[in-house]
Design a protein around this ligand. Structure first.
Ligand SMILES: [Mn+2]
Length: 339
């Protein structure tokens, strides 16, 4: 039997939806009775494809790093960091299949949306209509461009609830079944009536509301900067939108978290705040870098090891003070421009 191996971003709604869309395309346009195997991948530090054989008859990479291998026939990704070496990019650019099999667009909000658009354009493949509606959600969720903090915090809608379920899942069967259900043509609404999913969705929503309660108890908001110290008890996840949900006046938020084997300082800009683009703009990634961390312009983090709990708290306080001074500066600039 013809076997298709799909390697995709694991614990991620975008990765799983991409895997389902590619399967539907393959069944309709290339081979109706191929066998599919799904291999979720994770962005662990130092990840390489060295240990992966690409032993399918067709090997496909979706929503994950480029692999410079002749055995990989299909590739779709939207991560800016997809090429880990300059050689990998050259390898990608040398691909000559027509119509093309390998696609990359770092400005696409989700890989699923990009994949669907390329399959339509180059292969005349049209998604079923429930799929089209799903892409509005994958775009919103993968680029974290929610119209309000209620959506990623209250998880009332099924798409962000499923996204949160997959992110926190430790059971490989969850992603496997999720893809199979989408391929079988079920909508999220259909799936939510299946006890397998309704039990898990209830748990995800409950865990999230517990987090809202935990954060509410320790949240401090002063001078438009919120601070959350959760470094005294271990946790497995942190919903970074909760501080803005509870304290919309925060332009910036800082949290100290304790995970199984490290401390983490999480820093972010409130995407719903009116001053988020006000001058001077704070580059959060650069701020975190100056303390040994990193990130993007609006979000960043600093990791510290298990012996550095006190240092993590001191550093977090220093960052809070810096951000409070920065808000003062923004307000000063604003007042000046009004004169
Ligand atoms: Mn993605």
């Amino acid at each position: 039997m013809h076997r298709v191996n799909i390697y995709f971003h694991g614990n991620c709604l975008d990765g799983a939806v991409s895997a389902a869309i590619f399967t539907l395309f393959y069944q309709e346009k290339l081979m109706a009775d191929a066998e599919f195997r799904y291999h979720p991948l994770a962005h662990t530090p130092g990840f390489t494809y060295d240990k992966i054989d690409f032993d399918g008859d067709d090997n496909v990479i979706l929503d994950f790093r480029y692999a410079p291998s002749e055995r990989v026939k299909w590739f779709f990704d939207h991560h800016a960091t997809t090429f880990t070496e300059p050689e990998h990019r050259k390898h990608f650019e040398r691909r000559t299949e027509l119509p093309p099999h390998c696609f990359w667009n770092p400005s696409a909000p989700s890989n699923a949306g990009f994949l669907a658009a390329m399959l339509k354009k180059h292969y005349g493949y049209h998604l079923p209509s429930i799929g089209e509606r799903l892409l509005v959600w994958t775009d919103m969720i993968d680029s974290a461009s929610f119209p309000s903090p209620e959506i990623p915090v209250e998880l009332v809608e099924l798409a962000p609830a499923f996204a949160s379920l997959l992110e926190g899942s430790t059971d490989p069967l969850d992603t496997e079944k999720f893809i199979a259900d989408l391929v079988a043509g079920f909508s999220f609404d259909d799936m939510s009536h299946d006890p397998y999913w309704s039990n898990r969705l209830n748990r995800v929503r409950q865990t999230n509301w517990d987090q809202v309660e935990d954060i509410k108890r320790v949240l401090k908001l002063k001078d438009n900067v919120s601070f959350v110290d959760l470094s005294h008890s271990e946790r497995s996840g942190y919903n970074k939108f909760i501080p803005y949900y509870l304290g919309p006046a925060a332009l910036y938020s800082v949290a100290v978290l304790l995970y199984r084997n490290r401390y983490k300082i999480s820093v972010g800009t409130n995407p719903w705040h009116v001053l988020k683009n006000a001058e001077p703009v704070m580059d959060i990634g650069a701020l975190c870098e100056s303390y040994g961390g990193g990130g993007h312009s609006a979000v960043g983090a600093i990791a510290m090891n298990m012996e550095e709990g006190q240092k993590a708290r001191t550093t977090a306080h220093a960052i809070v003070e810096k951000l409070q001074k920065h808000v003062e500066q923004i307000k000063h600039e604003q007042a000046k421009s009004l004169l």
